[in-house]
Every structure is written in structure tokens, then in C-alpha cells.
Design a protein around this ligand. Structure first.
Ligand code: NAD
Length: 295
């Protein structure tokens, strides 16, 4: 059983720390909220009065904090973790923070010869309570191996994201897509309502199409990701269909800011001469917009 310092006992951190205690680990906990510390100490954790005190003698230090500035303060502040941290310990930041901040923290820790990895989580506080979080482990192979038994006390699934900083990167991209898609899904659902189309019919149909499943696993693998832009479904036709949907939405007074923005991307692709290419060539077009090689 390991000696673990756990810092940040909020909605996520509290149940995660609780699950580590339940699995028999010895925890030293710190949070600026004294009540959160008291609750964990009633479950068997040792209450610490600072991050430095929590980290003393710890084999693992886990941070679960709201943002990167706070992680930096907790690690490098006056009474921060690095004041007492052993060079043999592994610091695991499980917070969702800016990836470039995470890189800087990793760099600073490594310059001070401390071991640091990122392991943000997917899912919600209900999963934190149930111990069924999705853990996105970024770190060297050795760090991920070492952390896995500890991380699996808090989650039911761990993905080795293949390198330092890669956990927080995939977390960011996952959230970017799912958060943006939530808004696009709402536009589509309101169009269903305005058209009198039962939402459950749309859900049934779309759960088997790229609309519901996303493009990464459906339309892309055999086309643009293989460099094949011969049309299965042409950009010109996609542009036309999107235009019809936007016209219908307009007539029904349904605002569609995301659909309208997407149409402009297809317009740019068409103007760039990609009209007769496969619709997955949108990836190549967006690479071009970003000043990157199209393929
Ligand atoms: P929270 O606000 O409930 O908890 C944060 C905790 O950090 C609080 O208890 C707060 O007192 C403590 N804290 C703040 N500053 C501190 C400091 N200087 N020293 C010690 N403790 C300090 O937030 P949460 O929902 O538990 O989220 C934590 C992290 O997990 C965030 O990065 C969040 O984005 C991420 N996350 C949250 C969810 C979710 O569903 N809530 C899901 C996945 C990831």
C-alpha cells in the first residue's frame, strides 16, 4: 500500500481520495477548504496544513485542482509540494488545465529533478464516486506503469496516451469536440422540433451515421486519412445539403450559428477547387486554413 498525498478535495477530488482510502492506501490530504479536509480525515486520511506537509514522505502526490495557476502554486508556492517532495516520488496532476501550462510545469519539475505526469480524467463526479472514471495517462512508459495501480483505484478504464503531456492534450481535444457538438446537436434537435420531426426518430437514424457517431471512426478512416479524396460524397453536394438545411432553419426562425459557420468552411473548400472531392477533404482544407500541409 502506498503513501499518497492528495491535494484538492472538491467534487472530484473528495470521492477520488475516498476510493484510494477504501483500497487501503495511506492518504495525507490538503485543501484550502478545511471542511473538506475534516471529512476525509474522518474516513482515515491524515489532515495536512499545507501542500508541503501533505507531500512529506509521500510516494505519490495527486493534485485535483481547478486550474494551472493553482497547480503551480501548490507545487512551487512558499509551502508547496516541492519544499518536502522526495526525488523518488511521482507527482500526478489529474486536473484539467491548459496543456501549455502543463508542459511548463512538467519542464520545471524535471529541471528540479522531480517526476511529474499528467493524468486528467473523463466522465463526471458520479463516476468519481463510483470509481469508474476514464483516466488519460500522459507520462513516460515507466511513469504510467508505476502510476497505473494507483490510478485504477479511481477509474475503470485507463488509456496510456503515449507520452508526457498527451493525457491533457487528448482531454482538451475530447472536450473541444464534445462541447462544440453539444451545441450543434441542440441546433439539430430544435430544427427537428420546428419541422415536427420526432426527436427519437432522428436519434434512431443518426445513431448509425456520421451525424451521431462522429467522423473519426466513420467517414475518415477509408478516405482522407488514407489520402483518398475521390468522392464518395462530394463537397459540392454537402454544401448544397447544408444550404437547404440552413434555408429551412431560416424559414422556421431557428438560429443556426454553428451550421452557418460550417457552411462557410465548405464554401472555402469549394472556392479552393475541392468541390468535386470527397467531403472528408474538409480536413485537408482546414489544414490549409491553418497554414499546414494539406496532406
Ligand atoms: P471543485 O471546485 O469542486 O474542487 C476544487 C478543489 O480545489 C476545491 O475543494 C478547492 O477548495 C480546492 N482548492 C482550490 N485552490 C486550492 C489550493 N490552492 N490548495 C488546495 N486546494 C485548493 O472542482 P472539481 O469539480 O473537483 O474539479 C477539479 C478538476 O477536475 C478541475 O480541473 C476540473 O476541470 C476537472 N474535472 C471535473 C469534472 C467534473 O465533472 N466536475 C470532470 C472531469 C474533470
Amino acid at each position: 500500500m502506498a503513501e499518497i498525498a492528495f491535494i484538492g478535495l472538491g467534487q472530484m477530488g473528495s470521492p477520488m481520495a475516498t476510493n484510494l482510502i477504501k483500497k487501503g492506501h495511506r492518504l495525507s490530504v490538503y485543501d484550502i477548504n478545511a471542511q473538506a479536509v475534516t471529512t476525509l480525515s474522518e474516513l482515515g486520511a491524515t489532515a495536512a496544513s499545507s501542500p508541503a506537509e501533505a507531500a512529506k514522505g509521500a510516494e505519490f502526490v495527486i493534485t485535483m485542482l481547478p486550474n494551472g495557476t493553482l497547480v503551480q502554486d501548490v507545487l512551487f508556492g512558499e509551502r508547496g509540494v516541492t519544499q518536502t517532495l522526495s526525488r523518488d516520488a511521482l507527482v500526478i496532476d489529474m486536473s484539467t488545465i491548459h496543456p501549455l501550462e502543463s508542459d511548463r510545469l512538467c519542464q520545471r519539475m524535471s529541471e528540479a529533478e522531480f517526476s511529474y505526469m499528467d493524468a486528467p480524467v473523463g466522465r463526471t463526479s458520479d463516476h468519481a464516486i463510483a470509481g469508474t472514471l476514464l483516466i488519460l495517462a500522459g507520462g513516460t512508459a515507466e511513469q504510467v506503469d508505476r502510476a497505473t495501480p494507483i490510478l485504477m483505484c479511481m477509474g475503470s478504464e485507463l488509456v496510456n496516451c503515449e507520452g508526457p503531456g498527451m493525457g491533457i492534450r487528448v482531454k482538451l481535444i475530447n472536450n473541444y469536440m464534445s462541447i462544440a457538438l453539444n451545441a450543434l446537436s441542440a441546433e439539430a434537435a430544435v430544427m427537428c422540433e420546428a419541422l415536427g420531426l420526432p426527436l427519437d426518430v432522428a436519434v434512431k437514424v443518426m445513431s448509425n451515421t456520421p451525424a451521431g457517431k462522429g467522423h473519426f471512426t466513420t467517414s475518415w478512416p477509408n478516405k482522407v486519412l488514407k489520402g483518398d479524396l475521390t468522392p464518395s460524397f462530394m463537397i459540392d453536394l454537402a454544401h448544397k445539403d447544408l444550404g437547404i438545411a440552413l434555408d429551412v432553419a431560416n424559414q422556421l426562425h431557428v438560429p443556426t450559428p454553428l451550421g452557418a459557420a460550417a457552411r462557410e468552411v465548405y464554401s472555402v473548400a469549394r472556392a479552393a477547387g475541392r468541390g468535386r472531392q470527397d467531403w472528408t477533404a474538409i480536413l485537408a482544407q482546414v489544414r490549409t486554413l491553418a497554414g499546414r500541409a494539406a496532406d
